[in-house]
Design a protein around this ligand. Structure first.
Ligand SMILES: Nc1ncnc2c1ncn2[C@@H]1O[C@H](COP(=O)(O)OP(=O)(O)OP(=O)(O)O)[C@@H](O)[C@H]1O
Ligand SMILES: [Mg+2]
Length: 475
């Protein structure tokens, strides 16, 4: 076996499983050689450089997962290499090797953006653990970046469907305010897309890479809501066994959505007002105030002005919130968008449930156009989801609209026009089976018992009706 030259960065050919690519930078040949042997044995692909300059040259040709660099080197010293790598190869992890007794270097390196450090002489086991950790972190970061991009796709303007004039006004307001840090109040009936708009504001703002945190103010009783929003110190109240970071602090640098703000109790409204005025929060049980850099978006389906008149909402808080108001119209006020939304939801659910559906029939579109839509876009979404799930052809020929209280239309009861008994029975059968599978989380034996049939009978029906269990369960 011939010993490859010191600077060889060619891929290794041993049978050890590959971990990642690493570049060792050190002016001391003995250190380089020893590290190379040990790291290769542990499954790393290793490149060697004698100083920072050479390292940069090599990185240009061949980027790596991790740079393991000495601090004291001629030409380009370690700290400079660190800042170059941070800037040009932000995904690459950097670990610094510092001399014994120079802990100060380690601290400086970490402050300058190094991911970790080891002290020379390098302890082999310790180094391998640190490297594994760095590689795992790198993968995790890549995943976070990827997820953020996906979220952006999902909540970008492209996903706000609708061209109706009433919605154009909304989009314009969103676009105008997104860039700024202004407090925004979004109002509108349930299911009109208030939360979706709040996401769009965040993802089109300079804060898009920081957290978006949502608090449902209606879901929690008074005491819990305050601790949820502002956090608490250990022992702040019975049951506060450890410190808890509030949602405002979790949203640091990003956006907080105060959903259903109309439901906040009066006593909490006072505290919230103070936060909005000073940008400072106070954890429960603490006397210290902390600055938070958070953009606030509030949403409600209540008429806040009426709440103020009724004494249920503080007037000062109302004025504070009402500076930039985006009212979202009900779906009935933008019926021209219904066909677009139908297409959008058909595409979404056909893909999710692997159904061949591509469009809705003219009759179905007429039916949808005439419906009053008290549940707005959310209701339409559910109607389409259900119809797609039950549809086996390319065209949706039937939708089931929720019965309305005091519906003016003639109620056809069990026998609407176009009733076809075999189809209706198959639909009902499918619905029962899907429901049972959902309740029993896909366990067929239990679903069969619930339906009062044998397991094999259930199996037969599932294949006859072509029900995809996977989709039902992970819906
Ligand atoms: N313009 C739109 N384009 C596409 N999807 C929409 C649109 N508006 C709403 N939706 C969808 O409708 C559903 C309900 O929207 P959202 O949760 O934002 O409503 P909301 O106004 O916050 O309702 P609530 O007051 O009940 O909380 C969501 O699945 C959302 O993605
Ligand atoms: Mg909502």
């Amino acid at each position: 076996m011939t010993d490859a030259p010191d600077r060889d960065a060619a891929p290794d050919r041993d049978d050890v499983p590959r971990k990642g690519r690493i570049l060792v930078v050190d002016d001391d040949k003995a250190v380089r050689v020893a590290l190379r042997v040990n790291l290769k044995k542990a499954g790393w692909e290793v490149g060697l450089a004698t100083d920072g300059e050479e390292a940069v040259e090599m990185l240009r040709v061949h980027p790596v997962d991790i740079v393991l660099s000495d601090v004291m080197m001629p030409n380009l010293p370690g700290m400079q290499l660190l800042s170059i790598v941070r800037e040009r190869w932000p995904e690459t992890r950097v670990i610094m090797m510092t001399g014994h007794g120079s802990v100060g270097d380690a601290v400086t390196a970490m402050k300058a953006g190094a991911d970790d450090y080891v002290i020379k002489p390098v302890e082999k086991e310790e180094l391998l653990i640190i490297l594994d950790k760095a590689l795992a972190e790198k993968a995790l970061r890549a995943e976070v970046v990827q997820l953020r991009a996906e979220v952006r796709d999902r909540y970008g303007f492209e996903n706000l469907v609708g061209v109706a004039p009433a919605m154009q006004d909304v989009y314009e307001l969103v676009a105008a305010v997104a860039e700024s840090d202004a407090l925004v109040l979004i109002t509108g009936p349930t299911g009109t897309g208030k939360e979706l708009l709040a996401h769009a504001i965040h993802h089109n703002s300079p804060r898009k890479n920081a957290p978006f945190v949502k608090v449902n103010c209606a879901a929690l009783p008074e005491g819990l809501l305050e601790s949820e929003l502002f956090g608490h110190e250990k022992g702040a109240f019975t049951g506060a066994v450890r410190q808890h970071l509030g949602r405002f602090e979790q949203a640091e640098g990003g956006t907080i959505l105060l959903d259903e703000i109309g439901e906040i109790p009066l006593s909490t409204q006072v505290k919230l007002l103070r936060v909005l005025q000073n940008g400072e929060i106070q954890r429960l049980g603490s006397t210290k105030t902390r600055r938070v850099d958070v953009r606030v978006v509030a949403a409600t389906n209540r008429d806040l002005r009426a709440e103020v008149k009724a004494g249920a909402f503080r007037e000062d808080l109302y004025y504070r919130l009402n500076v930039f108001h985006i009212p979202v119209p009900p779906l009935a006020g933008r019926r021209e968008d219904i066909p677009l939304l139908v297409d959008f939801f058909i595409a979404r659910f056909a893909e999710r449930y692997k159904r061949p559906v591509a469009r809705a029939s003219a009759e179905v579109l007429d039916q949808l156009a005439a419906h009053p839509w008290p549940g707005n876009v959310r209701e339409l979404e559910h109607v389409i989801e259900r119809a797609v799930l039950l549809c086996r052809g390319e065209e949706l020929t039937r939708v089931q609209l929720p019965q309305l209280d005091g519906d003016e239309e003639i109620d056809d009861g069990l026998l609407p026009p176009g009733t076809n008994l075999p189809d209706a029975l198959a639909d009902a059968e499918r619905r029962f089976i899907v429901e049972a599978l959902k309740i029993e989380k896909g366990v067929q034996a239990r679903a069969a018992r619930r339906l009062g049939i044998s397991r094999s009978n259930l199996n037969y029906r599932i294949s006859k009706l072509d029900i995809a269990i996977k989709d039902v369960v992970y819906e």
